[in-house]
Design a protein around this ligand. Structure first.
Ligand code: CTP
Length: 228
């Protein structure tokens, strides 16, 4: 981290996680990371200092006020994020964290033998919930909800469960939105259950709208602390 930079500190988790099965295999998802990287760019445009904790994605971003920490698994993402929980003014949970991981990682590549095989999975750490439990009133948490049904109800439930100040809802029912696309159709919901819906737009534009909403809340809470 460049310690000479100023501006509120924003921590962003982004991309998928990879949960290892053995040295050559893993379980993951289709997250491209485009939305999270667009949010990082938008915060940098606004003069913020950004720490991006990124799962494996095919994206690059460089800026003097940006640090990128590359991780693979949910456990690594949590370990890399945790040191910033106290100092971050805004935390955006844009990562598609795998909910479960294999109970054990096999030391050697698994050999094909039986016609069926079962993999025991255990729950991963919920990074957003962990932050939600230690979040101070002057900090803003922004979460995402990707829902296939009962979208609005599920998103509001998630907002309260994870102690978010804002939740960004994308529906998989919107064409041109979510995984892999360059566009997104988002609805931002706040704690008063006020819905702000945006048209289908580029992820860059969506990133700016999310950033604006988070910065507006952060400014209303307290004067934004300078990060030294
Ligand atoms: N999240 C997280 N750590 C996890 C799972 C989710 O930080 N282990 C964050 C995501 O980054 C997102 C939000 O929590 O901002 C909601 O993620 P989602 O996968 O929709 O929620 P889940 O709690 O996994 O709920 P479900 O899969 O039951 O819908």
């Amino acid at each position: 981290m460049n310690t000479t930079t100023k501006g509120p500190l924003v921590l962003i988790t982004v991309g998928p996680t990879r949960e290892a099965i053995d040295p050559v295999r893993y379980i993951s998802n289709h997250s491209s990371g485009k939305m999270g990287y667009a949010i990082a760019s938008a915060f940098l445009e606004q003069g913020c200092t950004v720490v991006l904790v990124s799962g494996p994605v095919g994206l690059a971003l460089a800026h003097p006020n940006l640090s990128i920490i590359h991780v693979q698994s949910a456990d690594e993402m949590f370990a890399a994020s945790q040191p910033y929980f106290q100092s971050a003014q805004i935390v955006v949970f844009a990562a598609a964290v795998a909910d479960y991981k294999p109970a054990e990682i096999f030391t050697y590549k698994m050999k094909k033998s039986a016609s069926e095989f079962e993999l025991k999975m255990v729950k991963n750490v919920d990074i957003a919930c962990e932050f939600g439990q230690v979040k101070r009133n002057d900090q803003i948490a922004v979460g995402f909800a990707l829902e296939t049904n009962n979208e609005e109800q599920n998103a509001v439930h998630k907002l309260y469960k994870k102690n978010f100040d804002l939740i960004v809802l994308n529906s998989t029912q919107d064409s041109g939105a979510t995984f892999g696309f360059d566009t997104n159709k988002i609805t931002i919901i706040n704690k008063d259950v006020v819905f702000q819906s945006f048209p289908l737009q580029s992820k860059q534009e969506a990133g700016r709208d999310i950033t604006k909403a988070a910065l507006r809340l952060a400014t209303n809470h307290t004067p934004i602390a300078q990060h030294h």
